[in-house]
Design a protein around this ligand. Structure first.
Ligand code: ACO
Length: 442
């Protein structure tokens, strides 16, 4: 059942919006729906039937595609919350397993629920042994996101017993498998690229620890876990866990709306995340900082970012929804300093460059007027690099963490009785009907 209800600001009559067709004079009233937070929403489901018109909204800047109870963002205030809990509080006091449970089940777990959930995720962390052969089919220099897309999509060929999306138990098993196997697959993608042996997960390690171990451990010596880095990794996962209806999540929902299996849907999400305007931005930030090279060159690059005839943009700046400081960027900035301190990295030139760039951009009228603030990707690349990840792995880490958000959104969609196959309309601007001209006459 839908939880949104008609806006009843005026008790005698629910608030609504009337659209008047200036040509025919016809008036049609549309109800306003009220969520628990955020602006009211005009319910235009009857629009085409009543008026014969579609709406036009490329980029979906004004269009809600679904009802969701997972994540709330107030872009003007710089607020992000999951199931009502502020991201800052979750990052400070919670851990990734707990946030995963919260997103999937709607409430924070009790101790018993958390233990049982964590146990299930731990028990699903190994991948089918035959997947190793699948990896070997990739070139060693393949981008790990290419490997991730392929391998995650291939999971549906390995786990036939969790593909029935109409069975809640199978949906749960598929969700746990995705969450559990993603660190293993991501670490394998890294190991394959550097020619080191794959490591099996270790059940006595926590989620983020296990990922660090499988990525940076080697079979010939014991891996020494750095608790500050493990905590930072866990925090990075929390910060990326979900972000309502962004491009990759909408892709997962659209793919899933046709009834496709969850592994295929998450693979679609990974493909969408890969682009530099989305999850690929953290990789792009480091490339940009390297290109800038020195503080003295910042004005030159800021000038280029403002030039409409130059395709260059300041990577890690701007967001479709946030018109204020991205709250995740603030946590990430602090974590960045903690990690660099722990690793004894003083005077990291890229961090200094990033901070100076942030300072200059935040004072520049162009960025101020357009409300372009640093986003989550601005600092994450610097932390990940300091932790030892190559740039090509940055988006993989984002995908790993976002898998829970995608999975929870997919589950929410499947369980929504109003769910229909996603099928946007279009404004056709191609040729009008014309006669086919045979090849010899063209
Ligand atoms: N540098 C310079 N100018 C920018 C930037 C930027 N990073 N971002 C936006 N602008 C300008 C645009 O040129 C545009 O100017 P105009 O109004 O004069 O034409 C205006 O700000 C609005 O930009 P849009 O592209 O229309 O905003 P949109 O909401 O479509 O794009 C996006 C948001 C893709 C994030 C954009 O800000 C961008 O490309 N940023 C850099 C890439 C990036 O950091 N992506 C990560 C996003 S966060 C995430 O996925 C986790």
């Amino acid at each position: 059942m839908s939880k949104a209800h008609p806006n009843a600001a005026n008790e005698s009559k629910p608030h609504s919006v009337t659209i008047i067709d200036n040509q025919s004079g016809k008036q049609v009233e549309f109800p306003l729906l009220q969520g628990t937070q955020g602006p009211d929403v005009i319910d235009i489901r009857r629009l085409y039937g009543e008026t014969g018109y579609f709406t036009y909204d490329p980029g979906f800047g004004s269009t809600g595609s679904c009802e969701s109870g997972l994540t709330y963002i107030d872009g003007d205030q710089g607020i992000l919350s999951h199931r009502g809990y502020a991201i800052e509080e979750l990052a400070e006091h919670s851990d990734f397993m707990e946030v995963c449970y919260l997103l999937l089940h709607g409430e924070l777990p009790t101790q018993k629920e958390k233990a049982s959930f964590t146990h299930s995720i731990t028990m699903h962390s190994m991948v089918h042994e035959q997947l190793i052969n699948f990896f070997r089919g990739f070139r060693r220099d393949a981008h790990p996101m290419a490997v991730l897309c392929g391998v995650v999509g291939a999971l549906s060929a390995f786990y036939h017993d969790s593909l029935d999306i109409n069975d809640p138990k199978q949906r749960e098993i598929a969700s746990h498998r995705l969450l559990a196997k993603m660190p293993t697959i991501a670490a394998m993608a890294y190991k394959y690229s550097v020619g080191q042996p794959f490591l099996y997960p270790k059940n006595d390690l926590k989620y983020a620890e296990n990922f660090l171990y499988m990525t940076f451990g080697v079979p010939c010596e014991e891996y020494k876990m750095n608790p500050v880095l493990a905590k930072a990794m866990d925090k990075i996962f929390i910060l990326h866990a979900d972000h309502e209806q962004n491009a990759s999540t909408s892709t997962v929902r659209l793919a899933g709306s046709s009834g496709a299996n969850p592994f295929a849907c998450i693979a679609a999400g990974i493909a969408s995340l890969w682009g530099p305007a989305h999850g690929g931005a953290n990789e792009a930030v480091l490339k940009m900082l390297a290109e800038i090279g020195h503080k003295d060159r910042i004005p030159e690059f800021v000038k280029r970012a403002k030039d409409k005839n130059d395709g260059f943009r300041l990577m890690g700046f701007g967001h479709r929804v946030y018109k204020n400081y991205d709250p995740r960027a603030a946590v990430m900035r602090k974590t960045c300093h903690e990690v660099l301190d722990t690793l004894g990295i003083r005077d990291e030139p890229l961090l200094e460059l990033a901070m100076e760039l942030e300072r200059i951009a935040l004072e520049d009228p162009y960025f101020v007027e357009k409300k372009l603030y640093p986003n989550v990707d601005f600092y994450s690349g610097i932390i990940l690099r300091a932790m030892g990840f190559p740039t090509s792995m940055f988006t993989v880490l984002f995908a790993l963490a976002r898998t829970v958000g995608w999975t929870a959104q997919w589950k929410e969609m499947i369980e929504d009785p109003n769910q229909r196959i996603g099928r946007p309309r279009q404004l056709y601007t191609g040729p009008k009907p014309r006669k086919y001209v045979p090849l010899h006459k063209r």
